[in-house]
Ligand binder design. Structure first.
Ligand SMILES: [Fe+2]
Length: 449
């Protein structure tokens, strides 16, 4: 019998294929870049292996790219064609992939929850669940799951630092910053390459307005990320946020060009349009422009990539950022097409994400477009009814803040002081320590003095 690094049974005939699969899982939970190559090496030895094909399909879903849906369906077919007997845990993974293929993401997550309930140290299921829940804004549910697992973890179990990093990020998004920071720091002390734990602490510092400490926290960690996947670019985005808050625009642009959007990076050459990379880039350029920084032609390379993905409905938060990008490059016909396709998906699909598009991503996208046109009243009319639902498009509080910034800026442009005061209170309630001390809300704060 073969097992993964935490002793869970994995059904392989060949020891080498099992070892490669187990390595792929460790790569995934450590946010390393070689997860898929390792999985493919395992599948090259056992092409129809149930858990390897199923895991491959689930990772394809996590790539949030509709062009990969066919490959995901194929992975499911291959996983279910062998007819071999499988464990209840492996069956749960297959069920999760089936639900993903049918667009029932809550049922998919319920399978991961079942796996974690029965196998509390199954870090693969816990990490997959957090990823899916995060991109639906359901972080309370993610916290409940890591809390279910937490009593079963001990420091001598393989993957303990990675478990702590998942737990720390759940705590951070729930506003429990002190606990998140402590656990996140421990996770990095135990494994210096722990990018997800590093990231959780960066979030906790940002939400509390501790921007100088944020720069210090990340500055000596970057040498640890040579094997890390694209999450390292997102952490550089966080470093840009910390610099931006201190008015260090040259540092922001330097990190942006070197790390946040750099087509010379090997990972970017393989996947230039990864959803989170596009979010990072557009969100940072928008924020820079709000501070009066000329970002040159930096929007263009992203706009070129978006033109090929306006019909991709795999990530509401990303689609809202596509609107930001297309509007920034003045492609308003394509903006209309994007919103039309989002509306069609929201109206006609029974996918879990359809309502998330309707409630959050469509109004956020329209607001970004209207803001770029200078139609500030339309921004307010669009976002005011939906502002308490924006979390449904997924992403962190720090990321979602972009669309609150768009709303507040529209109110500032129209000098609507009562509205600004109300919105700033709401933003504080989301978890930002003192919104008016954030660079994005400084002008709004001054208007209220
Ligand atoms: Fe983040």
């Amino acid at each position: 019998m073969h097992t993964d690094a935490r002793g869970h049974q994995i059904g392989f005939e060949c020891t080498e294929a099992a070892a490669l699969y187990s390595e792929a899982v460790e790569s995934f939970v450590r946010r390393h870049a070689d997860t898929v190559p390792l999985l493919q090496q395992s599948l090259a030895i056992e092409p129809d292996n149930v858990i390897a094909q199923t895991t491959f399909g689930l990772l394809l879903h996590g790539a949030r790219k509709s062009a990969l849906n066919k490959d995901m369906q194929q992975a499911l077919r291959r996983a279910t064609c062998s007819g071999r007997s499988i464990s209840p845990r492996e069956q749960c993974y297959i069920n999760a992939l089936q639900h993903a293929c049918h667009g029932d993401l809550f049922a998919m997550v319920a399978c991961f929850e079942q796996i974690v309930k029965d196998n509390p140290t199954d870090l693969l299921a816990l990490s997959l669940a957090q990823g899916e829940l995060f991109w639906m804004g359901e972080m309370e549910r993610s916290l409940q799951l890591s809390q279910t697992a937490q009593p079963h973890w001990q420091s001598d179990i393989e993957g303990y630092p990675e478990f702590l990093s998942v737990y720390a990020f759940d705590l951070e998004e729930a506003g429990r910053y002190a606990q998140a920071e402590e656990i996140g720091r421990t996770s990095v002390e135990l494994r210096s390459t722990n990018a997800w734990g590093t990231h959780a602490v960066a979030h906790a510092l940002y939400m509390q307005g501790r921007h100088r400490q944020g720069v210090d926290w990340l500055s000596d960690k970057q040498s640890q990320w040579s094997n890390t996947n694209q999450i390292k670019y997102h952490i550089w985005w966080h470093q840009c946020l910390f610099h931006l808050e201190q008015g260090q625009h040259d540092a922001v642009l330097e990190h942006y060009d070197r790390w946040v959007r750099n087509h010379n990076e090997a990972l970017v050459q393989v996947t230039p349009d990864l959803y989170i990379d596009m979010q990072n880039g557009s969100s940072m350029l928008w924020r820079l422009e709000q501070q009066g920084v000329d970002v040159g032609d930096r929007w263009e390379e992203m706009a070129d990539l978006v033109t090929m993905r306006v019909d991709d409905m795999s990530s509401p938060f990303t689609s809202a950022h596509y609107a930001v990008i297309l509007a920034a490059t003045g492609q308003f016909d394509l903006c209309d097409s994007l919103i039309e396709q989002m509306n069609r998906f929201a109206d006609t699909s029974n996918h879990t994400l359809a309502s998330r598009f309707r409630n959050a991503a469509i109004p956020a996208g329209i607001a970004a477009i209207e803001h770029r046109k200078g139609h500030y009243q339309q921004v307010i009319d669009t976002l005011m009814p939906q502002r308490h639902l924006l979390w449904q498009m997924g992403g962190s509080h720090a990321q979602q803040d972009l669309f609150h910034q768009i709303l507040v800026d529209a109110a500032v442009k129209l000098q609507k002081r009562e509205l600004i005061a109300m919105l700033l209170k709401e933003i504080e309630a989301i978890g930002f320590a003192v919104p008016t001390e954030n660079i994005a809300y400084k002008t709004a704060g001054k208007l209220l003095q």
